[in-house]
Ligand binder design. Structure first.
Ligand code: A3P
Length: 301
């Protein structure tokens, strides 16, 4: 019989709910006043929306050359998670270690816009935001629960319900339209998972331009080749399921089930999961919540 996690543990911050561990309540407190540098880059995304993919692109674009070396260093080291707890029980939260990191600092975050560092909201540093259609996010979240030993195992029905009933402060339908409102800010680039699937190379170029990096055609090709789904699935620096240490520590369930962190990478996988009834309920909810925004997603390949 499957072992369920005893109980999901969360922390709450300004009304939003975070899985903790790995998110650090102490770390969250420090985000608002975090000293941002001009050349800081924040990779921001809702969970399961292409965070890892965008981290890899930003990391390789910023490095320019030396791609093979950077591909071997775990992505979590190259682009650490801003609000994460320290990697060891006694270690301070990641954010307090970042103070001493050399520039340019690349950081990942799942925080809503209004919880980003104040100076980033005022225009300092750069933010690359990646959004994905919510039906595929729901499916990817469900699968993540299947593989991550720290998360509570839920059925598909339960996971879908959980996604739709997150607290308003971090409900997908509040968080993503808020980022969308900032799409024209000078220091924010808003990209969509579905568009990256259609034109990966074009997005490598777009991200490089946004970050002020000029890459040769050859470098663009090389970055692109290292950011395809196939390459990122093979690479243990980007697919934590292929990293024996991490797998042993937190992905044993995934190994048993044969599901990997870099899992399927498709647009429209939701078709394999939603019942007609679930789809109807979801679409009605979506329509109502998105009535005030012009943000739309193409959710079929
Ligand atoms: P699926 O579960 O649908 O496969 P995040 O990094 O925000 O946690 O998002 C994880 C999702 O991005 C997973 O989706 C994962 O497979 C997908 N992904 C990771 N790398 C990718 C790539 N290079 N191309 C397309 N999808 C990718």
């Amino acid at each position: 019989a499957e072992q369920n996690a005893p109980s999901a543990t969360f922390c709450y911050f300004r009304g939003a709910r975070f899985p903790s561990p790995p998110v650090s309540p102490q770390g969250l407190e420090l985000v608002e006043s975090f000293g941002v540098r001009d050349d800081d880059v924040f990779v921001s995304a809702f969970r399961k929306s292409g965070t890892t993919w965008t981290q890899q692109i930003v990391s390789l674009v910023t490095t320019g050359s030396n791609i093979s070396e950077v591909s071997r260093i775990p992505l979590g080291k190259r682009v650490p998670w801003l609000e994460r707890a320290g990697l060891h029980a006694d270690a301070p939260p990641i954010i307090s270690q970042l103070k001493d990191s050399p520039s340019p600092r690349l950081m990942k975050t799942h925080l809503p816009y209004n919880m980003l560092p104040k100076q980033a909201r005022e225009g300092k540093g750069k933010i690359v935001y990646c959004a994905r259609n919510p039906k595929d996010v729901a499916v990817s979240l469900y699968n993540m629960r299947q593989i991550n030993d720290m998360l509570q195992l839920l059925t598909w029905e339960e996971a879908l319900h959980d996604f739709l009933s997150e607290p308003p402060a971090n409900l997908w339908w509040n968080v993503i339209p808020e980022y969308w409102c900032h799409k024209d800010d000078d220091n924010l680039l808003f990209i969509k998972y579905e568009d990256m699937k259609k034109d990966l190379r074009g997005h490598v170029v777009k991200i490089a331009e946004f970050l002020g990096r000029s890459l040769t055609e050859e470098q663009i090709d090389e970055v692109t080749a290292n950011c395809t789904f196939a390459a990122m699935k093979e690479n243990q620096a980007t697919n934590v399921s292929r990293d024996p240490l991490i797998q042993e520590k937190m992905l044993k369930r995934g190994k048993e089930k044969g599901i990997e962190f870099v899992r399927k990478g498709q647009v429209g996988d939701w078709r394999n999961w939603f019942s007609p009834q679930q789809l109807e309920t979801f679409e009605a909810f979506h329509r109502e919540k998105m009535a005030e925004t012009d943000l739309t997603f193409e959710d079929e390949e």
